[in-house]
Design a protein around this ligand. Structure first.
Ligand SMILES: COc1cc2c(NC3CCN(Cc4ccccc4)CC3)nc(NCCCN(C)C)nc2cc1OCCCCCN
Length: 285
């Protein structure tokens, strides 16, 4: 008996042996902030302070409405293709509506994709003749990049990649509560707004404060590694583009993700705080 308990204690001591430097492991606060709603888990870690994981929002995987907004989602209004094989050729109507099918076989934007002024992408949809596996279907298959929600030292929560992300990879969609411009004008906390700038008249907005996904935690970067691209899938109502964040460069594992929030954000926020993105050409500090 003595020998057994000795070996047990010995085992325990060995397992919690402290190496030379006390490299405190990051505290895992939650194994999946999406609670299984995404294809991949999104763990929450915090080795910056004693805050718990965020609970002041509802995790949703697609944008939601809290009041009636007239979006045309009739299948008869959908432009569709009648491809039988793969939708990469110029003959695919959806690819043509996007100017070209910008995705390569692996679901990654081709190297000639214009990240400076990106074209709208019309993915193949529920009315198309092609297979669900066709090349022109990427954001509709959801998140496949492994990310982690982590507490930054001075910029609240942030999102980092858990593996290398190749340039052109779809990372995540900025989802939230779809509201009108005038409703947005009444929102006291505008920290999670995203304008769906559509020229002709009624502009809409997304507010990820109360309803959102992992994108709501992605911070601003003056040298962004993500670029928002407007994508249409199961409706083609141009007032409501799906804002999809794609890697605009190769992103090494463990790198914080960020996109350019733009002038409008900083016009409002620079009175309250300056940018702390740490990039060489930081524009707002
Ligand atoms: C801080 O960043 C943003 C603020 C925004 C905003 N702020 C208003 C300011 C006035 N108060 C007024 C107010 C103050 C206090 C109480 C109630 C109302 C209500 C909110 N309003 C609108 N659109 C609605 C108005 C525009 N239209 C009428 C010109 N869009 C915004 C987009 C922003 O970033 C976008 C990029 C960030 C991406 C990541 N999140």
């Amino acid at each position: 008996e003595n020998m057994k308990s000795f070996l047990l204690v010995n085992d325990i001591l060995r397992s919690c042996k402290v190496d030379g430097i006390s490299s405190k492991p990051a505290k895992l606060l939650h194994r999946d902030i999406a609670r299984g709603k995404e294809k991949v888990p999104i763990p929450v870690v915090n080795d910056a302070d004693d805050c718990n994981y965020p609970t002041d929002f509802v995790y949703v995987t697609e944008s939601v409405f809290t009041s009636h907004v007239p979006v045309n989602t009739t299948i008869s209004s959908l432009n569709r293709c009648s491809c039988s094989g793969d939708c990469t050729r110029g003959s695919c109507a959806c690819a043509r509506a996007s100017i070209a099918c910008w995705y390569d076989g692996g679901g990654v934007l081709s190297s000639d994709f214009d990240f400076v002024s990106p074209p709208r992408i019309f993915e193949c949809n529920k009315a198309c003749g092609c297979w669900n596996t066709c090349t022109n279907r990427v954001v509709q298959h959801g998140i496949s990049v492994q990310m982690e929600l982590f507490k930054t030292a001075h910029r609240g929560w942030g999102v980092k990649s858990r593996h290398k992300i190749a340039k052109g990879t779809f990372v995540c969609e900025y989802v939230g509560e779809l509201i009108t411009d005038s409703q947005a004008d009444e929102r006291e906390d505008d920290s999670y707004l995203f304008d769906l700038d559509y020229k002709d008249g009624d502009t809409f907005c997304m507010d990820a404060k109360h309803y959102g996904n992992i994108s709501r935690f992605i911070n601003h970067r003056c040298e962004p590694n993500l670029t928002p691209v407007s994508v249409f899938v199961d409706h083609q109502d141009l007032r409501f583009p799906r804002i999809c964040l794609f890697a605009n460069t190769d992103i090494p594992a463990g790198t914080e993700l960020g996109f350019d929030y733009g002038e409008k954000f900083w016009l409002v926020k620079y009175k309250h705080f300056l940018c702390d993105c740490g990039c060489n050409n930081c524009k707002y500090n």
